[in-house]
Design a protein around this ligand. Structure first.
Ligand code: ATP
Length: 306
């Protein structure tokens, strides 16, 4: 997290400009990401929140270039990554890393932790002289022991596996880490430990996070600024305090209304919107029908389109 000194914002790291992604099947076209724009500064944590299916993960996959945008631009340090060739992209790969929800599925079960970490360390622009020593250092920085290097992923608990995924993500010296529901699969106590770890690592290394979550308690604890997504669009954007203290869009209010323990930032609960309410259906219709629904909560926030 960065200090909220609005006059002295660090430089921009990532700029998303009006990106779109449709999934086309024989029967329908899903507008998964619909003219989405936002920006992330160095050292900042930006959260995309919204219920399941609103387009958060697809946005993350577009930034990682696991998918190509249909329209719009993604700039990383001012360079459009949406147009990079595969070869040029490989050279930049170390800059953006990802931590997924399922820590077991993300680790190759046949590789020892030493090999998993060595593989990521070797992606770095400047490789350390002693990869084994660096792998030990990384493991210790996520709260594991160097003896763990000789084990396989199945020999760890879910929380430990997520720590390994975090070590692997920071192993490349990234500037941005996309955290896609990184604690949803863990129990509450372990969630809190992992979130604390993510915050401490950010303080130490200075990278930015794009934090994707449907869990508002987690988001409140973690982020500087928030974009609220609904039906593929960002309908509201602002600082954490602005969004939590004074939500403007009816969808954001509905999202909050569905979370009774919101006042307690330490209670990491999951949200669930009552989809059958009339209000909910009306809000969704409004978002679908109006192309420019993004609301500027903050006077100083960075609107790149509309
Ligand atoms: N590969 C795909 N093919 C077809 N449709 C897809 C594909 N990936 C995502 N979608 C659809 O795009 C929409 C957005 O999905 P996305 O996974 O980005 O949402 P999300 O907000 O991350 O949801 P969740 O929190 O459940 O992962 C959904 O309607 C989803 O069904």
């Amino acid at each position: 997290m960065i200090e909220q000194n609005l006059d002295k914002k660090p430089p921009l790291l990532l700029e998303i400009k009006n990106i779109c992604k449709n999934f086309v099947s024989k029967k329908s076209v899903i507008k998964a990401v619909d003219r989405v724009s936002f920006a992330i500064h160095r050292g900042e944590t930006y959260a995309l929140v919204g219920e399941s299916g609103c387009g958060k993960t697809t946005t993350g996959r577009l930034i990682l270039r696991l998918l190509d945008v249909d329209q719009g631009q993604i700039l990383f340090e001012g360079i459009p990554i949406s147009g990079l060739t595969k070869r040029k992209l490989r050279k930049k790969r170390h800059n953006i890393q990802v931590i997924f929800q399922n820590p077991y599925g993300s680790l190759n079960p046949r590789m020892k932790i030493s090999a998993l970490l060595a593989e990521s360390i070797s992606i770095r622009a400047e490789k350390p002289s002693n990869i084994q020593a660096e792998a030990e250092r990384l493991l210790q920085s996520v709260g594991l022991e160097k003896e763990h290097l000789d084990k396989y992923p199945h020999e760890f608990s879910g929380g430990q596996r997520q720590r390994i995924c975090i070590a692997r993500a920071i192993a490349t010296n990234p500037k941005l880490i996309i955290c896609d529901e990184p604690v949803s699969a863990l129990d509450l106590l372990v969630q809190a430990q992992i979130l604390c770890l993510l915050q401490n690592l950010q303080k130490e290394y200075g990278f930015s996070y794009l934090f994707i979550s449907h869990d508002l308690s987690v988001v409140r604890y973690m982020t500087d600024r928030i974009g609220v997504m609904c039906n593929g669009k960002i309908v509201e954007e602002g600082t954490r305090d602005e969004i939590f203290e004074n939500p403007q869009h009816s969808y954001t209010r509905l999202l909050f209304a569905s979370l009774p323990t919101l006042k307690n930032a330490d209670a990491f609960t999951t949200t669930n919107i009552q989809k059958d309410t009339e209000t909910y259906q009306k809000v969704l219709r409004d978002v679908k029908e109006h192309s420019s629904t993004k609301i500027a909560v903050s006077k100083t926030h960075y609107l790149l389109s509309d």
